[in-house]
Design a binder for this molecule. Structure first.
Ligand SMILES: [Mg+2]
Length: 208
């Protein structure tokens, strides 16, 4: 029986080319600053490394995990990222998403489980006007671990006071958001943005 739905944030509750672009640019700028090199050089280093890691792992590796490879701390990256851009400039309230979440909230506890940091996650939820609909917002800052590390999912279930099998995880990156959750016995649902949430609402109607 599902008691809790854990939603990924970026690429799951919203889809924004501008935010994706800014996020990548922030990574290039952060590495350029750390290594004291020009931004285009940093960009090349990062994208080459992402390509290499993708080949090795078989799935696209998040920017955060790529930056760590260059010796950047997560804390430093988040600080640079928060200073570099404000997602509220690119996002707006999503009434349809709000309505769908309100409907789900009647039957399940809802939480966010994102690798993003607390400041950016809250800015995004505020911009989408859904920040009041989640019982908890778990970010990198909550457990200092990141998906796909299974510890992230275990800690979230524990904090929600439910068993892994009572959780449904909704996310856009199969290897990062969903496979480790499934391995723990959680239920999973893949979406590629808010349109997918609409399908989820229908799917949940047939679930006890
Ligand atoms: Mg995502």
């Amino acid at each position: 029986m599902i008691k809790v739905i854990l939603f990924d944030l970026d690429g799951t509750l919203y889809n924004s080319r501008e935010v994706r672009t800014k996020f990548a640019e922030a990574a290039y700028h952060a590495l350029a600053k750390l290594k004291k090199i020009p931004v285009p050089e940093a960009k090349k280093l990062i994208e080459d490394m992402r390509e290499k890691l993708k080949e090795k792992n078989g799935f696209p590796v998040p920017y955060t995990l790529t930056l760590i490879r260059f010796g950047m701390t997560v804390e430093n990256w988040h600080k640079e990222n928060i200073e570099y851009f404000d997602p509220r400039e690119f996002l707006s309230a999503d009434g349809n998403l709000r309505k769908m979440l309100q409907g789900m909230k009647k039957r399940f506890k809802l939480a966010i489980l994102t690798n993003n940091n607390e400041v950016q996650a809250n800015r995004i939820l505020q911009a989408l006007n859904v920040q009041d609909l989640f019982d908890r917002v778990f970010t990198y800052n909550s457990f200092r671990t990141m998906k796909p590390n299974p510890k992230t999912f275990r800690e979230a279930a524990k904090a929600m006071d439910v068993l892994p099998k009572e959780c449904l995880v909704v996310g856009d990156r199969y290897s990062v958001d969903l496979i480790p959750a499934q391995d723990l016995g959680m239920k999973i649902y893949e979406v590629k943005g808010p349109e997918g949430i609409e399908r989820l609402v229908t799917a949940l109607r047939s679930v006890a």
